[in-house]
Each structure stands twice: as structure tokens, then as C-alpha cells.
Ligand binder design. Structure first.
Ligand code: ATP
Length: 309
């Protein structure tokens, strides 16, 4: 793969545009590197509905680029439809990897991931991805209008865009731009704050009306108002759907139906916040560390999460 990519870079650079070649080779490298990682079924399945029921059955995973390190080791857990499941644990434990496997960027090396009882590998990937929305900590916005960024991936009417933006607490700041929803973002357009980008990403997720919402809760500090508006939007987006959240806020884990503590590729503990506190184990240590790191004068729920990871 590397040779092909480098060969391509070399060839193109002979034509003089080396920088373009580097860009192209990186893209080709990414494509070649990713494609063989997932299985393509001959008769991809489409389910009549996606309820959000997920089961990891003894899932092990090693990144193809790091064959010496097994990142997930025989992981099993269930997510019931409509549940909010929080993933917590030390940095590097495997939380993001679990989410990447659900998004199907990779397939497990061992075990299986069942979606509504059906092996994820057998599902039609395009259909599946339409049912799943991801809101990451640092969402990618495209160099086009705010309207197009929200509608991305869907043919949405202006009414739908407005409704999603309102739900996501984005409408007001968008209207403050002279060109409103036609405002360009990115290098040639306006620069948005972290909190504004997250609210656009939440609007984008809402417009998909996904059965399954994947969330990577922000750790980076937002100003208090922005944090409140983002959190309120996230809570609206979570309503009525199955949610898997990489959680950093204590309030999120406390209200989750299930907390899964992931440590070095294993599930260290699993249960509700109260059940896990009663175990006096890793989770309790994580929570105590967060609380003692916080400001004692403020209400626990208002704390910046400290970091559960
Ligand atoms: P954090 O809280 O820091 O985001 P995490 O619990 O989400 O951590 P992962 O990001 O899933 O953990 O990482 C688990 C392990 O997999 C780490 O050792 C990490 O270095 C490795 N890893 C993550 N992504 C990749 C990748 N794309 N290629 C190779 N190794 C990776």
C-alpha cells in the first residue's frame, strides 16, 4: 500500500505539483488502507426498522496498522432500545474504538456485533449509516453554507433545517450573521466557536432523525453559556432514541441507564451509577477523582466534568 501511494506521489511530482501529489497520495493511502478492513456482503440486508438494540458478543479488535496490540479483548455487552449507555474509563482504554466499530469503520477480528439481532457485517452499510448519527467533540464542518452543513447527507427542506437548528440552539446565532443560513463557514467564510460548531453538528444529527445517536461528549472548555446551550441541545437530541455516549460529565453518567467502564480493552465494571458506586471499584475512583478535582463551592451537577477518562 505504501509503495503504491509513494509511487503515485513520485509520479505526480514529476509533473511538477508536488503538494497536490502529497494530498492525493494521502487520500489514496487512506482508501487503500481502509477498504479491505470491512467485509462486503453479497446480499446486504435492510431491516424493517432499527430499534437501537445492540449486542457486542465477545468482540476482540486489533487495528490493522498496529497488529501487535489487541485494543479490545473479548468485550460483551447489550444496549436495549431507547437506553442511554455511557462509556467511561481511562484514556486509551478503547471507548472510541467501540464507537468506531459500531459506525462500522472496522470489523471485529473475533466475536460479533448484533444490531436488532442481525450481524452488523451483513447489513447494508449505506442504509445502516442513515440510521446512525455521530456528534463528535470536534465536528467537521464543510466549506459551504450553514444551511448545507445542517442538511448534509439529506435532502431537507428549509423548514426542516430551521426546526433542527432551533432544537439545536443554533438558530439565534445563525440569524446574527448578515447572510443567515447562507453564511459560508470554513476558511473562506466565518469562523465558528467550538460550541457553535457543536450545535451545527447537533442540528445535522437531528435532521437525520437517527434511531441511534453516538456522542462524544466535549472535554474542552466552552464558556459557560455555550456549554449550557450545547448541553440543552444534546439532551433534546437524546430524547426518544438509543444513545451511546463517551461520557465526561458526571450528570451524564448519573442519568444513564447503564454505565460501562472500559479499561485496557476490557469491561472493568458495568451497571448504573449507583450500582457502580456501591462496588467501590474503578468507577468509584474515577468519580471521586473528578469530584475532588472540582470546585467544592459549586453544585456537583454544574461542575465541569473534570474528566472521567
Ligand atoms: P480517549 O479517552 O483518550 O479518547 P479511548 O478510551 O477512547 O481513549 P481509544 O481511542 O479507543 O481509547 O484507543 C484505544 C487504543 O487504540 C489506544 O492504545 C490507541 O492508541 C489505539 N488506537 C486508537 N485509534 C487507533 C488507530 N486509528 N490506529 C491504531 N491505533 C489506534
Amino acid at each position: 500500500t505504501l509503495q503504491v501511494a509513494m509511487g503515485f506521489a513520485l509520479l505526480s511530482s514529476l509533473y511538477g505539483d508536488f503538494m497536490q501529489a502529497v494530498g492525493a497520495s494521502v487520500r489514496i493511502f487512506a482508501l487503500l488502507d481502509r477498504k479491505p478492513d470491512i467485509f462486503v456482503p453479497s446480499n446486504p440486508l435492510i431491516l424493517s426498522s432499527l430499534t437501537g438494540e445492540i449486542e457486542f458478543k465477545n468482540v476482540s479488535f486489533t487495528y490493522p496498522s498496529r497488529p501487535e496490540t489487541q485494543v479490545l479483548k473479548g468485550m460483551s455487552f447489550r444496549v436495549e432500545p431507547g437506553q442511554v449507555v455511557a462509556l467511561v474509563g481511562p484514556s486509551g482504554g478503547g471507548k472510541s474504538t467501540v464507537v468506531s466499530l459500531i459506525e462500522r469503520f472496522y470489523d471485529p477480528n473475533e466475536g460479533e456485533i448484533l444490531i436488532g439481532g442481525c450481524d452488523l457485517k451483513l447489513l447494508d452499510l449505506t442504509w445502516f449509516r442513515q440510521q446512525v448519527a455521530m456528534v463528535s467533540q470536534e465536528p467537521t464542518l464543510f466549506a459551504c453554507s450553514i444551511k448545507e452543513n445542517i442538511a448534509y447527507g439529506r435532502e431537507a427542506s428549509m423548514d426542516e433545517i430551521l426546526e433542527a437548528a432551533k432544537q439545536a440552539n443554533a438558530h439565534e446565532f445563525v440569524l446574527q450573521f448578515e447572510q443567515g443560513y447562507d453564511t459560508l463557514v470554513g476558511e473562506r467564510g466565518v469562523r465558528l466557536s467550538g460550541g457553535q460548531k457543536q450545535r451545527i453538528a447537533i442540528a445535522r444529527a437531528l435532521i437525520m432523525n437517527p434511531s441511534l445517536l453516538l456522542l462524544d461528549e466535549a472535554t474542552s472548555a466552552l464558556d459557560a453559556e455555550s456549554e449550557y446551550l450545547v448541553q440543552e441541545a444534546v439532551e433534546r437530541a437524546m430524547k426518544g432514541r438509543t444513545v451511546i455516549v463517551i461520557a465526561h460529565r458526571l450528570s451524564t453518567v448519573r442519568s444513564a441507564h447503564k454505565v460501562i467502564v472500559i479499561d485496557r480493552g476490557h469491561i472493568a465494571e458495568m451497571g448504573t451509577h449507583e450500582e457502580l458506586l456501591a462496588q467501590h471499584g474503578v468507577y468509584k475512583k474515577l468519580v471521586l477523582r473528578q469530584l475532588t478535582a472540582g470546585q467544592p463551592t459549586r453544585n456537583e451537577d454544574e461542575e465541569k466534568p473534570g474528566d472521567l477518562s
